[in-house]
Design a protein around this ligand. Structure first.
Ligand code: ADP
Length: 447
């Protein structure tokens, strides 16, 4: 087992990882920018090292600085959290070259899954269902029109190098195809410096359902159920739940097994998430995330499995100790991502928290690095915490969530808590009937 883990991240996830390390008896190193000197995980870590000024490109993304911090402190492993360097294959390679373990999959697996076209081809080869579309990048317009006609309109033109929902355009008919192609190419060129695009069947009203997987790199892999993350704003997840209100146990077992078998065949190591769009009973692979996800706690709440603990153990070379038959799903969990934002305009609202009172009680978990008197710096994303609630049934979970949202007080800044208060009282949410467009429509309706 590792002696000392350097946590190459900030905010709530840095604290989440620190907690897992402590419970495993592993020392921790917090690296932080000058803007994060007061962060809770910095206070709680065994050691801390300041690695640069506030801008992430000068601190959390600076590989040489992080490497130097490992050398100074004698850390033997790095946990990258999510975002920042967590899906940077070169970072994993550099650490390995210095005999420091990267707590995540192999650099090769990060690279394959980081390329959308290669990821899709790999998924298809491993028996994972994918969205019908072009076999790879489409370079000339004639091919694009022919492929689109074969698939049938509407189609989606997507940037091969895409991310964050950018470089995507819908073409609803032949007439819209040329415009969609040039718009997607331009946006991709500007955002990623690469204008390759590919074409997919456009699904009109899918849900976003993702499967959590865990592998040990030795050919053992399991799935840990699904999360429904259909409630999104601008392709950013807002509310996640497990189990999905749309799936039954038979469907869960079936798609879960497909994913676990694929990960075993690929000898995947660590935690990962296989993301699907789900429509009319069918799953369509969109991408794989080769890291821990923001919404991992909902899976932990219904299974009792500590995903970060398991991630650290397999990274240290241990074999998987959990078998598929050990994984059972108990009750229902919902996570609300609480952002420091105006709940109507979503404009960022950094600043000092003058009063802070998080909810508590049975089945309640708050993952957050903030505290009363803490100043939220303006330099990073606006996620300040996650409220995760468990109930024996979805109805009980919603009742508890409503109660927790009433208790939650964060003064001095604006947060998205009022949005969740509205959602928890909505009839569609209560019924579990929503697709990936539902939240945008709800917000546009001004309710
Ligand atoms: P990114 O890496 O930019 O996030 P994804 O491929 O994960 O791109 O897609 C982002 C979002 O775009 C999905 O969550 C979904 O809302 C939408 N989307 C992607 N592919 C399709 C498709 N074929 N049909 C309909 N919507 C899609």
């Amino acid at each position: 087992m590792f002696n000392k883990i350097l946590i190459a991240n900030r905010g709530e996830i840095a604290l989440r990882v620190l907690r897992a390390c402590k419970e495993l008896g592993i020392e921790t190193v917090a690296v932080h920018s000058t803007a994060d000197a007061d962060a809770m995980h910095v206070r709680l870590a065994t050691e801390s090292v300041c690695i640069g000024p506030p801008a992430a490109r000068d601190s959390y993304l600076k590989i040489p600085e992080i490497l130097a911090a490992c050398e100074i402190t004698g850390a033997d492993a790095v946990h990258p959290g999510y975002g920042f360097l967590s899906e940077n294959a070169r970072f994993a390679e550099i650490l390995n070259a210095h005999n420091i373990a990267f707590i995540g999959p192999s650099a090769e697996h990060i690279r394959v899954m980081g390329d959308k076209i290669e990821a899709k081809n790999t998924a298809r080869r491993l028996g994972i269902p994918v969205v019908p579309g072009s076999d790879g990048a489409v370079t000339n317009d004639e091919d694009a029109h022919r492929i689109a006609a074969d698939i049938g309109y509407p189609v989606l033109v997507k940037a091969a190098a895409g991310g964050g929902g950018r470089g995507m355009r819908v073409a609803r008919s032949e007439e819209e195809m040329s415009g969609a192609l040039s718009a997607a190419r331009n946006e991709a060129k500007n955002a990623f410096g690469d204008d390759s695009v590919y074409i997919e069947k456009y699904l009109g009203k899918p849900r976003h359902i993702e499967i959590q997987i865990l592998g040990d790199g030795k050919g053992n892999a399991i799935h840990i159920g699904e999360r429904d993350c259909s409630l999104q704003r601008r392709h950013q997840k807002v509310w996640e739940e497990a189990n999905s209100p749309a799936l039954n146990q038979e469907q869960r077992d079936r798609i879960g097994k497909v994913c676990a078998d694929a990960m075993a065949a690929m000898k995947y190591s660590g935690v990962g998430t296989i993301e699907f769009l789900y429509e009319d009973g069918n799953f369509y692979f969109i991408e794989m995330n080769t890291r821990l996800q923001v919404e991992h706690p909902v899976t932990e709440m219904i299974t009792g499995i500590d995903l970060v603990n398991e991630q650290i153990k397999v990274a240290s070379g241990a074999e998987l100790t959990i078998r598929q038959s050990d994984v059972t799903f108990n009750g229902h969990a919902i996570e609300c991502r609480i952002n420091a934002e105006n709940p109507q305009t979503f404009a960022p609202s950094p600043g000092r928290i003058t009063y802070y009172h998080p909810p508590g009680g049975l089945g309640v978990r708050v993952d957050s690095g903030v505290y009363q008197g803490y100043s939220i710096p303006p330099h990073y994303d606006s996620l300040i915490g996650k409220l995760i609630v468990h109930g024996r049934t979805r109805v009980e979970c919603l009742m508890r969530l409503r109660r927790c949202l009433d208790e939650f007080v964060v003064d001095g800044i604006q947060t998205t808590i009022p949005l969740f208060r509205a959602l928890v009282d909505n009839q569609d949410i209560a019924n579990g009937v929503y697709d990936i467009h539902w939240l945008e429509k709800f917000l546009a309706s001004g309710q």
